[in-house]
Design a protein around this ligand. Structure first.
Ligand code: NAP
Length: 248
């Protein structure tokens, strides 16, 4: 489906693989200029090259999104370079699973800073120019774990639930400037993040998914890109599950 984008520039974090890659590729297919951010230069670089090879417009910028100073510096430089960033997709994320009694402070901090603090950093540094232009879209990729919790993931569940609070609060702060802020809560999506699941766990998961399959990154990308388009201008502060019915 062709959506309406009026010379927009997007920044997608975690663009190097999985869901972030699919969102970046679909945004580019819709004519949006995409700044691909990931931790390693090789991964965001490869995605930007592949978008350009397909006729799209993309630029790669490695940034450790868990580092507030690095994000502030990158946001400043990218705003200078591109003049505007209209769309922010906070997608970068990691897991460091373990039961709470065995979870280290490092694993807690790494998951909170990469998944949650990163959304605060990027939003803080990009939202003011969006508000001035009276147009902006922020899409935060949370998880059904943030909605329903999961044993062994207190760090990840807390980070993803925090993203939902951040989403709804920002939507209220900036609604009057016609900015929209929404979240997407994927269930089990086939990416590197879920590639370590054993066959036994996958079988149990599949039994609980009414649609009886794991999701594909494109299942998330479709709605993410819709939420960034002109057509979604009256949708804000919402959380959309993309989970095959798992957490309904
Ligand atoms: P993935 O395949 O593991 O890719 C993660 C991406 O995030 C990579 O591009 C990685 O960069 C980037 N990243 C990680 N730490 C970073 C950091 N400190 N700074 C910058 N970039 C960083 O993950 P995915 O499955 O596509 O997940 C994407 C998002 O969806 C995550 O927020 C995840 O929590 C959420 N989600 C996923 C699922 C699922 O089933 N897959 C379910 C629910 C929610 P490099 O490429 O440079 O390593």
């Amino acid at each position: 489906m062709q959506l309406t984008f009026d010379n927009r520039v997007a920044l997608v974090t975690g663009a190097g693989r999985g869901i972030g890659r699919a969102i970046s590729e679909e945004l580019a297919r819709q004519g949006v200029k995409v700044i691909c951010v990931s931790k390693s230069e090789s991964s965001c670089g490869a995605v930007a090259e592949s978008i350009k090879a397909a006729g799209g417009d993309a630029f790669a910028r490695p940034v450790d999104v868990s580092d507030g100073e690095a994000v502030a510096q990158a946001a400043k430089e990218l705003l200078e370079q591109f003049g505007q960033i209209d769309i922010l997709v906070n997608n970068a994320g990691i897991t460091r699973d373990g039961l709470i009694l065995r979870m280290s402070h490092e694993d807690w901090d790494a998951v909170i800073s990469t998944n949650l603090s990163s959304c605060f950093y990027w939003s803080k540094h990009l939202i003011h120019p969006m508000a001035r232009r009276r147009w902006g879209r922020i899409v935060n990729i949370t998880s059904i774990t943030g909605l329903v919790g999961n044993a062994g993931q207190v760090n990840y569940a807390a980070a993803k639930a925090g993203m939902i609070g951040l989403t709804k609060s920002l939507a209220k702060e900036f609604g009057s400037r016609t900015l929209t802020v929404n979240a997407i809560a994927p269930g089990f999506i086939k990416t590197d993040m879920t590639s370590g699941l054993s066959d036994q766990i996958t079988e149990i998961v599949l039994k609980n998914i009414p649609l009886r399959r794991l999701g594909q990154p494109e299942d998330v990308a479709g709605i993410a890109v819709y939420l960034c388009a002109e057509e979604a201008s009256y949708i804000t502060g919402q959380v959309f599950s993309v989970d095959g019915g798992l957490a309904m």
